[in-house]
Write a new protein. Structure first.
Ligand code: HGY
Ligand code: MN
Ligand code: MN
Ligand code: MN
Length: 394
């Protein structure tokens, strides 16, 4: 049995949360080795698809499979459960089903998607986006990390052939239905007093890079009136994000990089990344436009320039209501709730029948070490996932 402590083992690995590269890099590859060993130990046959996603098959691969899984990578400083809970629970659900003598009557797989957080290359759900064609191979391959290492180089170093990257019709045809179990990133289930819930929708959300250019100079020798300081304009963008995010919208600047980044140096440029989300496309776009207008005004007043580049975007996802409600029914009528967090399930939902199960997070916190799920709730999640998978295979 994969003990739920493995979540702590895999998810809470200090290298994982404290590591900011992940995608096809050392720590993610070690986590994938762990998964391969755990899946193989269960008699599952593990293969890696052309885009770096891992598939552990219970029986022969085939079209119309029941597929479950999630991701193992993390955001920098992330918690132990975002991703690993879905992977460990999938392996444990296989244990539960096997223990009751269940043998899948249709193809069945556990999947681990690559680079879900986009922590290394900046595009979330890179593995599932490549699989579905949501990102063009050439656009993905030239993405680079903070050291200038491209996706193509990272994949090659991980033993993958970058020339094969791209939409994978075979892998997609094999997915008959996909169910992702995930720790809830919020307090919805806490407030509802429920251990498990099903997902109703995902906010529209995306990432935009603001590059502010000014004039690098000496911190001491340059009079304030003589400055063209991009940090001032960048600071005004951060405040504009807060002001624009009204009526349910969310806007975050979690990453800001001055160049060159010396304490006694007025930066020549500052790059910052905006994460904006709202209940629909129009609202999200309106928030970004308002922030971009504020950025242009701030740059002009500071004698700087600013360029805004959309790096990834996904419209609102509404999960199939019939599937959602049928799974809720299998579980005795667990509540359906929306999420502000993106998931590989959100990418697949546009292509195959897709659902999500959420497990209660008593802190409601995510993308931080305080993210949590109690062992009893994790166990309830495994039981729920096993029941749902058994129903879907029927
Ligand atoms: O950023 C997100 O919403 C997800 O956790 N990748
Ligand atoms: Mn996440
Ligand atoms: Mn996640
Ligand atoms: Mn000096």
């Amino acid at each position: 049995m994969t003990s739920l402590a493995d979540i702590a083992g895999v998810g809470a690995d200090p290298r994982r949360g404290g590591y900011s590269r992940h995608g096809f890099d050392r720590v993610e590859l070690e986590l994938r080795t762990w998964f391969t060993e755990e899946a193989t130990r269960r008699g599952l046959d593990v293969e890696c698809d052309r885009n770096g996603n891992l598939w552990a098959w219970w029986g022969p691969p085939g079209d119309g499979a029941v597929v479950t899984g999630s991701h193992l990578d993390s955001v920098p400083g992330g918690g132990a459960f975002d991703g690993p809970l879905g992977v460990v629970s999938a392996l444990e659900a296989v244990d539960v089903l096997r223990a009751k003598g269940f043998v899948p009557s249709k193809p069945f797989a556990v999947v681990v998607f690559a680079e879900e957080e986009g922590g290394r290359f900046g595009v979330a759900c890179l593995g599932s986006r490549l699989l579905t064609g949501a990102i063009a191979p050439e656009a993905a391959l030239r993405l680079s990390d903070s050291d200038g290492v491209t996706v193509a180089e990272a994949m090659a170093a991980a033993g993958l052939d970058p020339a094969l990257v791209g939409p994978d019709a075979v892998a997609l045809r094999r997915i008959g239905v996909f169910v992702e179990l995930h720790v809830e990133q919020g307090r919805g289930l806490v407030d509802l007093g429920a251990a498990v819930g099903v997902a109703s929708s995902i906010l529209a959300h995306g990432r935009w890079r603001f590059s502010v250019r000014g004039e690098g100079n000496h911190a001491g020798a340059t009079l304030m009136v003589d400055r063209r300081d991009p940090m001032i304009a960048a600071a005004r963008v951060v405040l504009a994000a807060r002001q624009a995010a009204t009526s349910g919208a969310r806007a975050t600047v979690g990453k800001l990089v001055p160049n060159p980044g010396g304490t006694n140096v007025i930066p020549s440029s500052v790059d910052l990344w905006l994460d904006a989300r709202a209940e629909d496309d129009a609202r999200t776009r309106a928030v970004v436009e308002e922030i971009s207008a504020a950025a242009s005004a701030a740059a002009a007043e500071e004698g700087c320039s600013v360029t805004v580049t959309e790096e990834s975007y996904g419209d609102t996802v509404v999960f199939d209501a019939a599937l959602r409600d049928s799974l809720s029914g299998v579980l005795g009528g667990v509540p359906a709730l929306p999420t502000g967090a993106g998931h590989d399930a959100g990418i697949l939902a546009g292509h195959v029948p897709t659902a999500m199960l959420f497990v209660r997070n008593p802190t409601g916190v995510s993308h931080a070490p305080q993210e949590h799920a109690e062992p009893d709730d994790c166990a309830a999640g495994v039981v729920a996932l096993a029941a749902v998978l058994e129903e879907l295979v029927r």
